[in-house]
Ligand binder design. Structure first.
Ligand code: ATP
Ligand code: MG
Length: 750
């Protein structure tokens, strides 16, 4: 075969090529959006393995989201071949840390069966503590405070929190809350997101041999790493000090989660011989989109300046539209989506469109407008599939199977399905458990064994149902898992386990009783969940176990059970990140938070609610970060960009919204109405779509034409179609035959 190393470099520009093949130990690529940072990073991994000869298992790659990790893996896999990518230690910082803790955690005293408290778990625990102890702190603020404390890499264990340092009463309460919270996590063998990183830092400091094999570390979206992640990166690279980072200070949008742009300058200080490379060509967006985005970000005068020039034509000017209400705004978006699909002669389809929101709560109007128009969509980031009540219940059952001492999960399922136990009793039980340092599980067992010393009273009937409907079936399942992992029984798969739970709990009946209106949809969600579990198992079977490369000095715990890995995967996926679900075969419009859209791109992007109070958000502390957020949103767009805002956000609020101050000074540069699909614009769209190639094609530089652009520019007559495009019903848009595009035989464009 031709040397892969040449193929990797083909199709890259000079600076990218230099970055991919740099011999320097530390390489920092600082460049603007769409300049190919991620593409270059993936190519560098391929280069390091194939041309330099590192073993894949000695390469660590950290991405910011779960989805980015999956895409990176696929991309590298297609270039490397032979499944070599599955050995690379690749994932988000949190998932990499979890892997190391699962393998070596017992050496630092971690319970081998630890669970993960995701953000909503953490919030719930803190809220309960604040209520119980009547602390005068806002639980949400306390969560942020605790997280910041941990992220700074300072003390984390409950013992080392120092209440005597607290002088102000508020601070004292925060310290108390922190201590109680950490105590609760420790008792339940739970790690929150911060703990995963903190404990991994501890592990790697004390047992450097865990990472003695690591040759090199590569990090995408470096601008959003926090203090502990920086520590982790250095620890992973401690043996050879070989680090590649790519990032863009202008896209730092996680300051609220303790990300520190400072880490960039820290890197250059700690590794003075760093090869700094800048990429200056934007491959993503049309010139007018890039120009306007730059005008927005350049209002920040303190920023680190870097060059970024478009390589594409002007294209269509972005649109800025003011609408009466949020409903009108959503309807307008839907009509523009229809117009774009139709007038582009169906070159664009629904999967080319994303609606990017400042906050998840804005999605309601958009969802219902799309629903009315019969346009299918998927939700990404912030809106969590796993947080749907029915899914969460089954997950809680699985969590309790995995860790009976998980009081929070057990409390949530105690009366689901209904077992005749009231809120007050549950609260009483939790408090009793907490004050007697018993787990809730043990307390319930005590009750059901007829031990009358328990303080909280439960009716005989409830007791029977807890014993027969909750404790016993879960015990049975746990026993089967133990037997299976001891190889003495028949294998007991994750999917079997879920199905057995659903049957034992008579779950479908429970849904019918509790959700008479939409129990069917919820049952469908359940099937979807089973499918996700099945996919997860299949993926594990394909890529083998999660074991890390063996080292002689330190014994590794092999994770034989699928359940903990599945639960961890779920907990980490819901980290304001991406999870796809829905009918993948249909082209779907994407609705995403801006935060979760980082690193991604779409031909058509809508950014609604661009008003003062939404962006910048009224509660945001850092206005520059809010501007960067808008910049990130705008620079996701390739061909068409639409900004909009409603004058009134809701019918109950009579306050008028003003256009976001980030946009006012440049508002004249926007179009007021939808784009005109004239020839240059159509050509520009076709250009974007033609570039939608499978990644290995771009790595190898062979770029066969996907469409015969010139012939298909106007497959339908816009004039003819344009008249009926503002309606909202599913049926009032004229049906158009999809024009014949000359596709590649394997038609990869959808
Ligand atoms: P962001 O800052 O938003 O994460 P990025 O710098 O990581 O952006 P990429 O996502 O890597 O940019 O690349 C943007 C687009 O440009 C992708 O579609 C990528 O395939 C394409 N691209 C990158 N480099 C080249 C190149 N040399 N030739 C053609 N297309 C390229
Ligand atoms: Mg990127």
């Amino acid at each position: 075969r031709p040397p892969l190393s040449n193929a990797i470099l083909n199709g890259l520009n000079d600076a990218q090529r230099r970055a991919v093949s740099s011999d320097a130990a530390t390489v920092a690529i600082l460049a603007g959006p769409g300049s190919g940072k991620t593409h270059t990073l993936a190519s560098r991994v391929v280069w390091l393995v194939d041309a330099v000869g590192y073993r894949p298992e000695d390469v660590v790659v950290a991405t910011f989201t779960v989805k980015a990790a999956r895409e990176m893996k696929e991309r590298i896999g297609r270039a490397l071949g032979n499944g070599r990518e599955s050995k690379i230690i690749l994932g988000t910082f949190h998932s990499i840390a979890r892997r190391y803790l699962a393998a070596y955690g017992r050496h630092i005293g971690l319970n081998q069966k630890f669970g993960i408290a995701d953000e909503s778990d953490s919030r719930a625990i803190i809220t309960r503590i604040c209520k119980r102890l009547q602390l005068t702190v806002d639980p949400a603020a306390a969560r942020v405070w605790i997280s910041k404390r941990k992220a700074k890499g300072t003390e984390t264990s409950a013992k080392s929190a120092r209440p005597e340092a607290a002088e102000t009463p508020g601070l004292q309460d925060l310290e108390t809350c922190y201590r109680e919270y950490q105590g609760h996590l420790d008792r339940s063998s739970l790690l929150d997101y911060d703990d995963l990183l903190v404990r991994c830092v501890d592990l790697l400091r004390r047992f450097p041999s865990c990472v003695a094999n690591v040759q090199t570390v590569l990090i995408d979206e470096y601008q959003d790493t926090n203090g502990i992640q920086y520590e982790l990166m250095k620890l992973f690279a401690q043996r050879h000090q070989r680090i590649t980072i790519v990032g863009d200070p202008d896209q730092s949008i996680y300051g609220w989660r303790s990300a520190e742009i400072r880490n960039l300058w820290r890197l250059l200080r700690d590794f003075p011989a760093t090869d700094e490379i800048s990429l200056e060509e934007n491959y993503r967006s049309s010139q007018s989109i890039l120009d306007l985005s730059l005008l927005v970000i350049q209002q920040d005068t303190k920023r680190y300046q870097k060059a970024l020039k478009p390589i594409h034509d002007k294209g269509s000017r972005p649109v800025l539209r003011k609408l009466k209400s949020a409903t009108a705004e959503a309807d307008w978006i839907v009509s523009e989506i229809k117009r774009a699909v139709l007038l582009s002669g169906s070159m664009l389809n629904h999967s080319d469109v994303a609606v990017l929101l400042r906050s998840a709560s804005l999605s309601r109007h958009i969802e219902s407008a799309l629903g009315r128009a019969g346009i299918a969509y998927r939700m990404v980031g912030g809106f969590k599939f796993y947080e749907r009540a029915e899914i969460k219940t089954i997950l809680d059952y699985l969590r309790v199977i995995h860790q009976p001492q998980n009081n929070d999960a057990l409390a949530r399922i105690m009366n689901v399905p209904r077992r005749g136990i009231g809120e007050v009793t549950i609260k009483g039980l939790i408090e009793e458990a907490e004050s007697s340092s018993l787990s809730l599980w043990s307390l319930l067992l005590k009750h059901c064994r007829g031990d009358r010393t328990a303080k909280t009273k439960i009716t005989k009937h409830a007791e029977q149902r807890i014993s027969g409907g909750l404790l016993r079936p879960l015990e049975t399942i746990r026993k089967r898992i133990d037997e299976a992992s001891g190889c003495s029984g028949t294998p007991f798969g994750l999917v079997d386990m879920i199905e057995q739970l659903l049957t034992t709990l008579n779950f479908q009946k429970h849904l019918q009783d509790v959700y008479p209106e939409d129990h069917e949809q919820r049952w469908v969600n359940m099937q979807e969940f089973i499918q996700l579990a099945a996919d997860f198992v299949r993926e594990i079977e394909r890529s083998g176990d999660d074991a890390l490369p063996a080292i002689a000095e330190l014994q590794q715990t092999k994770e034989v059970e699928v359940l903990p890995r599945f639960l961890a995967n779920v907990s980490l996926a819901s980290d304001a990140q991406t999870e796809d679900y829905g009918q993948e075969s249909k082209p779907l419009v994407t609705i995403s938070t801006i935060h979760a859209a980082k690193g991604l791109e779409w031909p058509v992007v809508f950014v609604p609610a661009v008003y003062n109070g939404s962006i910048p958000h009224m509660r945001a502390e850092d206005s520059d970060e809010e501007r960067r957020l808008l910049y990130v949103a705008m620079t996701r767009a390739q061909s068409l960009l639409y900004l909009s805002y409603p004058v009134y956000s809701s019918s109950t609020n009579s306050e008028r919204n003003e256009l976001s101050p980030f946009v006012t000074s440049v508002s004249k540069s926007f179009l007021k109405k939808g784009p005109c699909f004239d020839r240059p614009v159509m050509k520009e769209i076709a250009r974007i779509l033609r570039r939608k190639l499978p990644p290995e094609e771009s790595i190898f530089g062979s770029l066969p034409a996907m469409f015969n652009v010139e012939d298909n520019l106007f497959p339908v007559d816009p004039e003819e179609l344009g008249h009926n495009l503002t309606g909202h019903g599913p049926d009032d848009a004229p049906r158009v035959k999809r024009p014949k595009l000359q596709r590649l035989p394997n038609g990869q464009d959808d």
